[in-house]
Design a protein around this ligand. Structure first.
Ligand code: AMP
Length: 293
């Protein structure tokens, strides 16, 4: 595996591969890698001759400076894991390499409705920061295929929109969420949970499964109240636990029995914010996120 820090060197290597007609798959990450990330690399390795992963903790997407400072960094271990994976090139840029002119706290990308729901209001500027880094990375890597996790459902939709805004032909693949044995979605932030909070954390998965298993056409308020109680009983402070149309993310209060639905949750255990989601109707599977393209 090649480790490259500069965009010029990256372009030289990848141009060589492109001249040979090789297809390039790309997996952007913020490091502190876990099996969820590695499953994206594995997926990228199937149809592509070259797999590029990046590790870059993007300062532009942290609306909470404390979250940025506490973001886990495990570079040595990450490199070891990537060496054993299908990754061919690890791009490891500095902040100056990605943002030579700094980054902007302005709405540069028209994300429309997508930015007004769920993560949008709770993390002001977050998706603008995601788009800023993704635009730079996509221009530097120039992938044919991009692999991202359904764990960040709304982010996948935002990146699908960014690809549209960039007029890019890159294909976005939304890959399944890898979970711990008790159902907790794997996340770099999980290492920050205390043992007691780690035990409580699977309630987020239980709340989503409760919704999926008991969903009936009609008003959804009762099922949402009962599922929120699963979170609060486990000491979660809930930002949102909602049901939305799986393709538009428009909140759904009454289900007609046909709309494809996704349940989405974000909640704190002490100062650790966890997010998760579940496609809750068969009609929305598989790959509902890709269907927004
Ligand atoms: P991050 O490093 O957290 O920014 O995540 C990098 C990529 O890995 C994103 O596309 C995430 O959606 C994806 N990812 C994070 N956690 C998981 C998981 N548990 N299963 C699958 N993909 C994941």
């Amino acid at each position: 595996m090649l480790i490259i820090k500069k965009k010029g060197a990256l372009a030289t290597i990848l141009d060589e591969h492109r001249r040979k007609g090789y297809s390039i798959g790309f997996v952007p990450t913020m490091g502190a890698l876990h099996p969820g990330h590695l499953s994206l690399i594995q997926a990228a390795g199937v149809p592509n001759q070259v797999v590029v992963a990046s590790i870059f903790v993007n300062p532009a997407q942290f609306n909470d400076p404390a979250d940025f400072e506490k973001y886990p960094v495990t570079l040595g271990k990450d490199i070891e894991l990537l060496e054993q994976s299908a990754c061919d090139v690890l791009f490891l840029p500095s902040v100056a390499e990605i943002y030579p002119n700094g980054w902007k706290n302005e709405p540069l990308y028209n994300l429309g409705f997508l930015e007004t729901v769920f993560e949008g209001p709770f993390r002001p500027g977050h998706f603008q920061g995601v788009c800023q880094v993704m635009e730079q990375l996509l221009r530097m890597v120039g992938p044919d295929h991009l692999y991202m996790g359904q764990k960040d459902y709304q982010q996948c939709m935002v990146v699908a929109r960014l690809l549209e805004l960039m007029n890019s032909s890159c294909v976005l693949h939304t890959c399944p969420t890898l979970r711990e044995k008790d159902g907790l979605a794997m996340s770099s932030r999980n290492v920050r949970l205390s043992p007691a909070d780690r035990e409580a954390a699977s309630a987020i998965f239980q709340a989503l499964r409760f919704i999926r298993d008991r969903l009936q056409p009609g008003e959804l308020s009762t099922i949402l109240t009962a599922s929120k109680e699963i979170l609060t009983a486990n000491r979660f402070k809930v930002d949102y636990l909602s049901i939305a149309h799986a393709r538009s993310l428009a909140p759904v209060e009454s289900w007609d029995g046909r709309q494809p639905l996704v349940a989405l949750a974000a909640a704190f255990l002490h100062d650790v914010r966890l997010i998760d989601n579940m496609l809750i109707t068969a009609a929305s599977e598989p790959n509902a996120v890709n269907a927004v393209n």
